[in-house]
Design a protein around this ligand. Structure first.
Ligand code: GTP
Ligand code: MG
Length: 283
């Protein structure tokens, strides 16, 4: 079995406080996807550290993340005039649909009425997948065979008619080309902005922690195409790496809002830098 990030680092640093072999520690951090400058910063902090290495590492990670944590305890936007519109973006397979269901469960748990919009009209089976989550949660789901923006439009109209508080819009992760995908997403943003004042109130980009530097590239590409209100990093349960959270926060000036830590509805954690740093060493 592959050893975890913490096991490998602990081996280099030993149990004590001696300065580590920098190149070996550097390799471990780069392999865990922290990226070059966060790795440098963390190593500098560790080299200066006296005392408990584990605490020093946690502190260095939190420092590398400076600015990443919002102090709102995971509050999602709420429009003064309902419905609030939330869009979920990301490339295929990162966990958009699952994350949308988790967000729906969270909002419903907080007493907000929710409606899902299946605006991934490209992939066969996408609407059915969202419908299954909607049935499990007992929330309505608007589907359609037209283009994504039209489904979002219909969903907002349905939410108005029903007096629903929040519309969560699932989007496609793949079209014929990346350009087409981004154009389509921009169109969804334009259409909902026209239909509802202040919308979209949340535009959340979902990123898969297991793909490393690729997630950084995706974050940059999406952030250039559409205004984002937050990042959600998924599959942190399935990786011994996890450093991409730090690399992401440093690459785009968009706050990390939640972490996905499993396939179940409850596996969504409000992002907190200290808890994330502890997770890295306890894994
Ligand atoms: N371990 C783990 N698996 C996850 C997490 N989030 C999503 N998944 C799994 O990742 C796979 C893809 O999830 P989807 O929600 O379908 O991803 P998507 O981005 O909607 O995919 P497309 O619609 O095809 O673009 C599923 O098997 C999910 O159960 C997570 O936080 N941890
Ligand atoms: Mg999906």
């Amino acid at each position: 079995m592959k050893s975890t990030l913490w096991e490998r680092l602990a081996r280099v640093f030993g149990a004590g406080t001696a300065a580590p072999e920098r190149t070996e520690a550097e390799r471990i951090l780069l392999e865990a996807d922290f990226g070059v400058d966060a790795t440098d910063q963390i190593l500098d902090a560790l080299t200066r550290a006296d005392g408990d290495f584990r605490i020093a590492f946690e502190r260095a990670v939190v420092a590398a993340l400076a600015g990443a944590t919002l102090s709102d305890g995971g509050a999602l936007a709420r429009a003064t005039v309902a419905p609030t519109i939330m869009l979920v973006f990301g490339v295929n397979g990162v966990g958009k649909t699952t994350t949308l269901a988790k967000l729906g469960a969270r909002l419903a748990g907080g007493g907000r009425s929710v409606l899902f919009a299946a605006a991934d009209t490209f992939r066969a089976g996408a609407a059915e997948q969202l419908q299954i989550w909607a049935d499990r949660l007992g929330v309505p789901c608007v589907t359609g065979t037209k283009d994504p923006a039209a489904v979002a439009f219909d969903a907002i109209a349905a939410a108005r008619a029903r007096g629903t508080d929040t519309v969560l819009v699932d989007t496609a992760g793949r079209l014929h080309t990346e350009e087409r995908l981004l154009e389509e997403l921009k169109k969804v943003v334009r259409v909902v902005a026209k239909q509802q004042p202040g919308a979209p109130h949340e535009s959340l980009l979902v990123l898969d922690a297991t793909v490393g530097q690729n997630a950084v590239h995706q974050a940059r590409t999406f952030a250039e195409a559409v205004p984002l209100t937050g990042l959600i990093v998924t599959k942190l349960d399935g990786t011994a790496k996890g450093g991409s959270v730090v690399a992401l926060e440093r690459a785009v000036k968009v706050p990390i809002r939640f972490l996905g830590t499993g396939e179940g509805l409850a596996d969504l954690e409000v992002f907190d830098a200290e808890r994330y740093a502890r997770r890295l060493v306890s894994q």
